[in-house]
Ligand binder design. Structure first.
Ligand code: MLT
Length: 350
């Protein structure tokens, strides 16, 4: 089975990685997210699109933004949300991952949102569900090892599209610890699929993986050269928890060569935006002046994450259950169409 996230009709039944997904599916997720954004501004922040569905959040690794925004997204769609406390679960008594999954599936779970330190864990779960004829249970990858973070990639694309409108005339720089970053990998796949003509990777040799050029990325080891005339700067944290051995002299040295300062920001286009998936380490990869500058979209990314995750949860369930040709591309949230007519669109510009 090459791509377990698509069913035999090519419909999205899990979201495991952006790699290999067609542009039409990515664009449809972003468009659907646009229609969900205004729900956050309402007095009653809820629609009934996932009423009666049970979403299990399985976070085997720490998270602030991703776990919380997934929980908010599920609740805004009226799903029942179960946050498994991994430290207090039977996993800590030696139960295997797949035994835990089978037990939760036996409680009639509809969806697992999975974060795991091991690359491939969400794939393993999705494949197991398919192999054991439990394909009605869906898996969304909330970050696996250094492999993929597709929902972060999509919320980054949503934010870029909001500010820049058109992907096909952009220069985007991704800066820092790309070697250990699942966000970088998902962003690169999304940017190239959506037609961005120039994706740059900037960092020291020790923190850039091999094979970037084959992914269509231009590599820079000099920050000043790499930032020249870019439209978007995506800063990354040094992911020390995934590093084995010292790959850098020190955090201070790293900041000297690759930290985003106002002087370096001035090398990018005058309307360039500064992004960061969080958590930010001020004074290591980014200065406070850059992080808090009017060009920073860091908190917008968090806000957009709710609507984008709502779209993903909704489309993964709707895509696989409504039948017909490519429902992931056709499914429309009907109540939202209605509410937009009455409220007007708060998303102009998306
Ligand atoms: C992640 O989960 O990968 C984060 O969003 C980025 C990070 O940890 O640096």
């Amino acid at each position: 089975m090459l791509n377990p996230q698509l069913n035999k009709n090519g419909e999205l039944q899990h979201l495991l990685t952006i790699e290999g997904l067609p542009r039409a599916i990515l664009t449809h997720i972003l468009d659907t997210a646009s229609s969900f954004v205004s729900i956050g501004d309402r007095e009653v922040k809820k629609v009934p699109l996932m009423r009666g569905k049970s979403v299990f959040n399985l976070f085997f690794e720490n998270s602030t933004r991703t776990r919380t925004t997934f929980e908010i997204a599920s609740k805004r769609l009226s799903a029942d949300v179960i946050n498994l406390n991994i430290q207090a679960s039977s996993t800590s008594k030696g139960e295997s991952l797949l035994d835990t999954i089978d037990n939760l599936a036996a409680m009639h779970a509809d969806m697992f949102v999975v974060r795991h330190a091991q690359s491939g864990a969400p794939f393993l779960i999705a494949k197991h569900l398919i192999d054991t004829k439990q394909s009605h249970v869906h898996v969304v990858n909330a970050g696996d090892g250094r492999h993929a973070h597709p929902t972060q990639g999509l919320l980054d694309m949503y934010t870029i599209r909001h500010y820049k409108k058109d992907f096909t005339n952009l220069r985007v720089a991704i800066v820092g610890d790309i070697l250990h970053s699942r966000v970088a990998r998902s962003d690169i796949h999304a940017l190239t699929t959506l037609g961005v003509p120039e994706v740059r990777a900037i960092g020291p040799r020790t923190l850039l993986p091999s094979g970037l050029e084959q992914m269509g990325v231009r590599v820079f080891h000099n920050m000043e050269e790499g930032l020249k005339d870019v439209d978007v700067i995506i800063m990354l944290r040094l992911q020390n928890e995934r590093m084995s051995g010292a790959l850098l002299p020190s955090a201070q040295e790293f900041f000297k060569s690759y930290g985003l300062t106002p002087e370096r920001l001035a090398l990018a286009k005058p309307d360039a935006i500064v992004m960061h998936p969080g958590p930010m380490n001020r004074g290591v990869e980014i200065s406070s002046a850059a992080a808090d500058s009017p060009r920073s979209t860091v908190l917008d990314q968090v806000t957009n994450g709710v609507a984008v995750r709502m779209a993903i949860l909704y489309l993964v369930i709707a895509g696989a259950s409504e039948g017909g040709a490519h429902p992931a591309l056709e499914a429309k949230p009907p109540q939202l169409e209605e509410s937009r007519k009455t409220k007007g669109s708060a998303n102009a510009g998306d």
